[in-house]
Design a protein around this ligand. Structure first.
Ligand code: BJ8
Length: 425
């Protein structure tokens, strides 16, 4: 096994704490993923990626930097990767899904802040994230109040934060705002990288990201089959790795899994028996290694057939039109695509509810599990209103609120098991 200690030391990581983190993630991975039966062979690629989560991929990022490329870290699917790639920079997701460094984080954000935000601070302050330390620019986005206010202090601790405004309504004014922000972002990326946007490099960036989204959407579609050919956990993992892998390699690996699954479907091979209750998860994003709820669901007698979340179909569902003769036209296409993201920060947000219903039908879900992180106002609100609406249309719903701790696992399991009993009937 390659020894990456010197590389981590060079990035300023706290080696002792970092070792402990890798140990915990490795064990969790073993328990949650490697214990599954009958996984597609193609998932070995993701096993490898996960085993090198802080190793090979970080080395690739550092090699890219040696070649003069820049690394841009993001926390939100509103950051246009097309523009990052057009400028020959590398895009990496920075959201973290572990309860680490929370005490340190609470010196900067109130205790009643969601775990996603706290972990962004915790990973930086505890010096355990080689991704954060490899970035030349980190992009924050003014979405929910929690993130918006947190970035005011995050900028002081990271030193390379760029903040982007995001509209909160799907109006013409909202679209104008997003376009102005994307144009400004393109200029900032151009300044950082020394590479100006051209029609050619922008089209290339759009194509790379479209291919990546197409592959993951192809994977999603195959789950409509019964028996389902791949577990929800494995698809969630692919959606999580989506944010930091080399995009072309990711696309090829996901397409290879899809080829294998098509074969499975033809042979009626599944990971769960035909007739296993099918659930759709909807809500806040789940970053690595946040696998708590999906693991409980898939070890309690049900499977997950879709993720209506940013680490899932909300983040990938629309492609960007690559046709255009000018930079302005292509930016317009990018803006049109991103305006369709139905994050709960938008008001009203009917398209998200419509998408949940559409996914429930498309993937033949027997019920919807709404997942909100504690203290997340936007998603908790929508869980309540959408939950009522879905129930009124005969779609069973379970609303869960949790955080990154393991303390509520027993309680969650009891509620999830009861819900599975209900949808079985
Ligand atoms: S587009 S969902 S990635 S903002 S969980 S920090 S909302 S209090 S993450 Fe998100 Fe972009 Fe929207 Fe998607 Fe706030 Fe809620 Fe915390 Fe959240």
């Amino acid at each position: 096994m390659t020894d990456y200690k010197e590389m981590w030391k060079g990035l300023g990581l706290d080696l002792e704490t970092h070792d402990a983190v890798l140990d915990i993630v490795g064990k969790a991975y073993q328990d949650v993923f490697l214990s599954q039966n009958n996984r597609p062979k193609g998932m070995e690629y993701f096993d490898f990626v996960m085993s090198e989560i802080h190793g090979l991929r970080i080395k690739e990022l550092l090699d890219a930097k040696q070649e003069g490329r820049k690394v841009i870290g993001t926390f939100c699917v509103f950051v246009p990767e097309e523009i990052v790639l057009a400028a020959n920079a590398v895009c990496v997701g920075l959201c973290a899904g572990a309860e680490l460094g929370f005490e340190l984080a609470e010196q900067y954000v109130p205790r009643n802040t969601c775990s996603l935000i706290k972990s962004a601070f915790g990973f930086k302050l505890a010096k355990v994230c080689p991704y954060i330390e490899s970035t030349d620019m980190i992009v924050g986005e003014n979405t929910c109040d929690g993130k918006k206010k947190a970035y005011e202090s995050y900028k002081d601790i990271v030193g390379n934060l760029y903040v982007m405004d995001i509209p909160q309504t799907k109006s013409q004014a909202g679209r104008n705002l997003l376009k102005a922000e994307f144009v400004k972002f393109a200029a900032a990326v151009g300044e950082l990288t020394g590479n100006k946007l051209t029609v050619e490099n922008l089209k290339k960036g759009i194509e790379i990201v479209n291919n990546k989204r197409n592959a993951i959407l192809r994977l999603a579609k195959l789950r409509a089959h019964n028996p389902v050919p791949i577990s929800g956990l494995d698809v969630l993992l692919a959606n999580q790795v989506y944010f930091y892998d080399n995009p072309e390699r990711f696309t090829a690996s996901v397409n290879a899994i899809c080829d294998e699954l098509e074969q499975r479907i033809a042979n009626k091979v599944g990971v769960f028996n035909e007739g296993t209750p099918r659930t759709l998860i909807s809500g806040c994003p789940m970053a690595v290694p946040n696998w708590k709820i999906p693991h409980i669901i898939e070890t309690s007698g049900a499977t997950i057939v879709g993720e209506e979340m940013c680490t899932g179909e909300r983040g990938t569902q629309n492609l960007t039109n690559v046709n255009g003769n000018t930079i302005d036209e292509l930016i317009d296409n990018i803006v049109d695509r991103y305006m369709k993201i139905d994050c709960a920060i938008f008001t009203p947000n009917q398209s998200r509810l419509d998408h949940i219903k559409e996914m429930a039908t498309k993937y033949k879900a027997d019920g919807v599990i709404n997942y909100s992180l504690q203290f997340c106002q936007p998603y908790s609100h929508e869980s309540m209103t959408f939950g009522k609406e879905l129930e009124s249309e005969g779609i069973p719903v379970l609303n869960l609120e949790t955080d990154y701790s393991q303390e509520d696992v027993g309680q969650l399991k009891t509620r999830i098991e009861a819900f599975i009993e209900r949808i079985k009937k």
